[in-house]
Design a binder for this molecule. Structure first.
Ligand code: NAP
Length: 283
């Protein structure tokens, strides 16, 4: 992508404000739309953009641009109407409605959240956010706390490693033997998910990263009353929230931590990913 090209950054939160700033620092001509201190929905000249970057997620309500700074609802359809197939559209967590609306106008939105490098980069602020929440909500230090991490994918790995580095007594539970082998090799204790029951009564903190039901009423009954439950997996998550409430357990749902705890770092990771995608698209 040439530095003389024009990039539009449409909607989003502090991450996109920072992304626009970073792109401009790299020499691009950047316009923002429904963002930060330019909340007005002015699409004039957007048809001249080489690339339009939508936020992460593109929509929080189906068919509408995720634009918390804007004064009113912004239908994606109205924006797409100004764009043409020759333009490059990028967005994070592109839902079916946005994808279909774009397709109906011959447009394709490339999803930067599907990129492995962004998922891995996001695991770091997610783990740091989990540490922040643990420190705020636990009456004990992380050092010495008995921490059970459910799942050992990108977020589980980095989270387990960071808690262990702070002196927590970390145990990893996963279903995948290969992941269990890695967990064992990296130091923390590990247990197959099928044997979770014997671990649950001995935890001060349980961090779930499994995006599938894992702690239902039966399992939650085994969790000590003062244990903190932290849900990191995306909705609907792995912890049965209504069972946890009925049983009086403390559950913190913590979605979108990278954008909340480290918007500047998150923006840098999005920028790097977008540059990789543009290069692969031959721009
Ligand atoms: P990942 O690399 O795919 O890891 C997911 C883990 O869950 C793996 O250990 C996987 O094991 C396991 N798992 C998946 N389905 C399972 C099932 N049905 N039963 C048992 N284990 C299962 O994903 P990730 O990048 O670590 O992300 C984990 C979750 O956190 C996702 O929901 C993601 O959207 C979310 N997330 C949240 C934040 C935040 O701010 N809260 C930030 C980033 C990501 P297998 O390999 O055996 O499937």
């Amino acid at each position: 992508m040439s530095h003389t090209d024009t990039i539009w950054v449409a909607g989003g939160d502090r991450r996109q404000v920072e992304l626009a700033r970073l792109l401009a620092l790299d020499g691009h001509t950047v316009h923002t739309f429904a963002l930060g201190d330019r909340p007005e929905p002015d699409t004039k000249n957007i048809e001249k953009a080489r690339c339009v970057i939508f936020p992460l997620p593109v929509s929080t309500s189906p068919g509408l641009l995720n634009a918390p700074a804007a004064h009113g609802a912004l239908p994606l359809e109205e924006i797409f109407r100004c764009l043409s197939p020759g333009q490059i559209l990028l967005g994070g967590r592109v839902d079916e409605t946005a994808r279909t609306l774009a397709h109906s106008r011959g447009l394709t939105i490339h999803d930067y959240l599907l990129r492995e490098e962004l998922a891995v980069a996001n695991a770091v602020p997610t783990a740091e956010g989990a540490i922040q929440l643990a420190m705020e909500h636990l009456p004990i230090t992380v050092h010495g706390a008995r921490v059970l991490v459910l799942g050992f994918g990108r977020v589980g790995k980095v989270t387990a490693q960071r808690f262990a580095a702070l002196g927590a007594r970390v145990c990893v539970a996963a279903r995948n033997p290969e992941q269990l082998a890695w967990a064992g090799a990296m130091g923390p204790e590990c247990t197959p998910l099928s044997e979770l029951g014997s671990r649950l009564p001995h935890c001060d903190l349980i961090i779930n990263t499994i995006p599938s039901p894992v702690l239902g009423a039966k399992e939650l009954e085994l969790v000590p009353p003062d244990c903190l439950l932290l849900e990191l997996a995306s909705a609907p998550g792995g912890v049965d929230a209504s069972a946890a409430a009925k049983l009086g357990k403390t559950l913190i749902q913590a979605p979108g931590l990278p954008g909340k705890v480290a918007p500047v770092t998150a923006a840098r990771a999005i920028k790097t990913t977008i540059y990789h995608m543009l290069r692969e698209l031959g721009q």
